[in-house]
Design a protein around this ligand. Sequence first.
Ligand code: NAD
Length: 494
Amino acid sequence: MPATRTLCNFVNNQAAPVSGNETLDVTAPHTGQIIAQVPLSLSDDVDVAVAAAAKAWPAWAALTVNARSAKMMALHGLLTAHTAELVDLIVSEHGKTRSEAMGDVGKGLETLAYAAGAGAVGAGQATYVSGGVLCRMDRAPLGVVASIVPFNFPFMVPFWTLPLALAMGNTCVLKPSEKVPLTMTRVAELAASVLPPGVLNLVHGSGAVAQALIDHPGVAAVTFVGSSPVAESVHARATAGGKRVLALGGAKNHLVALPDCDLEMTARDIVASFTGCAGQRCMAASVLLVVGEQPALIARVVELASALVPGSDGPLAMGPVIDATAVARIGAAVRNAAESGADILLDGHALTTQFAVRQAELGGFWVGPSVIRHHSPDDRALHEEIFGPVLSVLHCADAHEALAIENASAFGNAACVYTASGAAAEFFAQRFAAAMIGVNVGVPVPREPFSFGGCKRSRFGSSDITGDAAIEFFSTRRKITTKWSVPTDQSWMS
Ligand code: NAD
């Protein structure tokens, strides 16, 4: 086996050795081959990274917002020029198709572009509140912000948290996912030519190092994106430490197909939503609530999903899932549904699929799409996050029943309705218990300048992670009241 690279942390714009010797293998999901080793940092390494960020903070915070925005703009240009290289890294360490990896980079660059406009969108306000008395609001940065991110978007999710945190005058310590550490390591290397030392630092490792970062007294605020149980624990831990924290969790997104929906558009969007990124998106449709029978819609969904092929390129390609644990979890969910009496309309684990053939030939973690028709609303697969290319279908008698099922979900990330009726769309849009709502859009992704967050078990903490709400999260408002002359009129402001 060829020698693989062992990654380093990145602190003060240079590779930083890690104090411990333990590493984890980073595997290519296409083949299961080891492509790198990621170090498991210790709390000493967290101390080094936080100290660098804390040291860099006063000078970074003292820059004007326009000066920091200019750095974001320069970073945008640099990363745009390196898109092809970043896409290659994402494809190899995550397994996304090439076009999905392009989307990962493109969406991350969009938040970076928004942060480059922080001078305008984060501006304060001023007004005379009484004779000669001026109140002005400005925004102060928080200090060192820790960012802990999941595996499923190696570039985009770190770019939800880093650019605005930096543009608002904070310095950052990022802990990438140990499953996909290569992309952000390369970003940190590139960013070193744009950002002053210590402004963006990176520590590698798993949950233990994330906890050391959350607990570190030098960290003022924590952002987290990942599964709900971990998000809940991160929120509790950071709150107990007196920190500002926003922790986004998992999802179970519902998609309602009304009888008047456009069959072809709806079927295509459903399949794109539940199979895109091999179902490993927090915005993926996982429960299809079909109002009425609509056999033609379900048949078309199965037909389109059956046509997908394992691979990285081409309109019908679907990539592998992240690792063997994911393969086992997805298989167990489908088997459990079958044991509960559901019909498996398409079995992504069947040995006859091209995915099974690919797995046998190449190794790796290939799972085809599965479509399950449930007969009981209590089936586990309808409630638990599976995080793979699995669609659970449930028939509902009417719109009210569909809405009640969606509203009862423990999660509150995305919900979508497919219909030709504006009134029906509005009925659902006003009543869905989710934060990102789609009308004839199966994946209502984050789009700047709109905020992206979640509710119920999909978000722990207030605020959102992008858009104007994130400006609020990454800064503290200050009200400064000034008077420079003796007021001529009656004023209670002495
Ligand atoms: P995960 O929760 O396993 O890990 C996320 C991050 O947390 C990783 O960096 C990991 O090292 C770290 N971590 C693990 N255990 C920890 C602990 N005890 N304390 C602190 N940190 C810990 O999630 P994942 O498998 O990498 O990503 C998939 C999950 O992320 C799914 O549930 C998906 O829905 C969710 N997700 C949510 C959103 C959103 O916007 N809500 C976006 C992307 C992904």
